[in-house]
Design a protein around this ligand. Structure first.
Ligand code: GTP
Ligand code: MG
Length: 447
């Protein structure tokens, strides 16, 4: 274990009311005492208390007026002694105090090192550490709520429970392998099989939540497609609640793809407003149209916009056919101007009045099963967790397979061990040093 005492600015760089510098390690209080002038010595104050004073440089010069919070192990984020110094905001004050800390013996914290120490010291598991990044990066309420419940250990306890069941099963099998003649409690092959099938099903359920987790984290990549002037940019602006894209009554206004992340009743969408699709000789517009067509293929969801006032034309029919079979919602816009046609399954909206937007949100929630996200639903939120979970499920399948073929239970027991190992990669019980390092690298310094 690393004995160094680390320090970093934990608040964003830039101008603000205060900045917080976090110091963690065995010597946190001693190091801070070397540069802190207050009524008491930080080494001697009770834990979890706040102290007023000044940070002074080597020549006695006052660097900043501060509040210092002293928190002694183990009731801290890292489970080490932690001191947090609140300095004045802005770049200069916090940077000078940080430099003074380095001169007094602290070393710069690497990206994610505070959280990494919390993990290495057993305060949080890997799923919780990853949830910390997700909380920081959350773009919508729903994503933040989900990350928070993961940070509180919902996923951790689910993985724990699966592991306990597998270990208990392996132990019961071991009894019959090692002491076949003894009268110990034993499971019949049928019982083992039934339990494994239960576990397999529960792992699958958890794995099925992964696409939802990805949506919460990244948003649904949604292309707004349609011929010119139907109101694509108006729709983007309405949902973004700002004049993000230029809107005019001239067909062919949008030439390039405009991207904006919006929160539609809790559904995170990465909206792409595209150029209206039509035949054109304009070189720039043509490039835009090519991009629109490309996004029909690339997007995860297509909002095909039609114009209720101008009626259905040949180009609309072409686009309806082109997007058939893709994840698509047809929107008939400008219903405030009256409606000239009806179309099965289409949602009638107005980008001007906001009519129909709730229905649109509900439809998307339905398509992506987002309605089910409640306070206690658990969602995997990253690829790493999913890969390990699928490896665990494969191992359980192999165990089931060898039991089914009547092979000796030793084989199934080995597969169950593999499954336990794979689960351990999710929460970090059996994870390699490399993986840990790469996970914490994606953090920012100070976290
Ligand atoms: N009344 C009414 N007018 C709308 C509505 N949506 C858009 N418009 C008008 O329709 C015209 C075209 O809107 P845009 O949002 O620029 O259409 P677009 O599909 O982005 O057009 P291009 O960028 O040229 O492809 C503008 O004059 C808008 O004010 C609506 O729901 N109701
Ligand atoms: Mg436009």
């Amino acid at each position: 274990m690393d004995n160094s005492t680390i320090a970093a600015i934990s608040t964003p760089h830039g101008v603000g009311g205060i900045a917080v510098i976090r110091v963690s390690g065995n010597n946190a209080a001693e190091i801070c005492d070397r540069i802190f002038k207050g009524r008491e010595r930080l080494c001697e104050v009770p834990t979890h208390t706040v102290h007023y004073g000044f940070i002074v440089g080597p020549d006695g010069e006052k660097l900043d007026e501060v509040l210092v919070t002293v928190m002694r192990a183990p009731r801290t984020f890292t489970r080490e002694d932690v001191v947090e110094i609140s300095t004045h905001g802005g770049y200069v004050a916090s940077k000078r105090v940080l430099e003074a800390l380095f001169e007094a013996g602290a070393v710069p914290a690497a990206a994610g090192e505070f959280t990494k120490r919390a993990f290495l010291n057993g305060r949080i598991d890997l799923t919780q550490a990853e949830a910390v990044i997700d909380i920081i990066n959350a773009k919508t309420d729903l994503a933040q709520k989900n990350a928070l419940s993961q940070a509180e250990g919902q996923l951790k306890s689910r993985i724990d429970a699966l592991r306990r069941r597998l270990v208990a099963l392996a132990a019961a099998m071991q009894v019959s392998i090692d002491y076949p003649d003894e009268d110990l409690e034993e499971l019949t092959p049928q019982q083992i099989e039934a339990q494994l099938m239960d576990i397999h099903r529960d792992i699958s359920r958890l794995a099925d939540s992964a696409p939802r987790g990805k949506i919460l984290r990244d948003g649904i990549k949604t292309a707004i497609i349609g011929r010119p002037n139907v109101g694509k940019s108006s729709l983007l602006n309405y949902l973004a609640m700002e004049e993000r894209a230029i809107v005019t009554d001239i067909a062919g206004t949008t030439r390039d793809v405009i991207e904006e992340t919006v929160d539609l009743n809790g559904v995170p969408l990465r909206l792409l407003d595209t150029a209206g699709i039509r035949e054109t000789d304009d070189k720039i517009e043509l490039l835009g149209v090519e991009r629109s067509l490309k996004y029909i293929d690339e997007a995860e969801l297509i909002l095909l916009v039609l114009d209720s006032a101008s009626g259905l034309c040949e180009k609309d029919r072409e686009l309806l056919a082109k997007t058939e079979g893709k994840r698509r919602i047809v929107l008939v816009n400008k219903t405030d101007l009256g409606s000239s046609f009806t179309l099965d399954g289409a949602i009638y909206i107005s980008a001007k009045t906001g009519e129909g937007m709730d229905i649109l949100a509900d439809r998307i929630k339905q398509i992506y099963s987002l309605g089910e996200i409640g306070p206690d639903s658990i969602t995997l939120t990253n690829e790493r967790q999913l890969c390990a979970l699928l490896r665990a499920r494969d191992a359980v399948s192999r165990a089931l397979d060898s039991l089914g073929r009547g092979l000796a239970q030793d084989f199934a027991a080995l597969d169950i061990n593999d499954a336990v190992y794979a689960l351990g990669e999710i929460d970090g019980k059996t994870v390699s040093e490399d993986i840990v390092t790469s996970i914490f690298h994606s953090f920012c310094v100070g976290k």
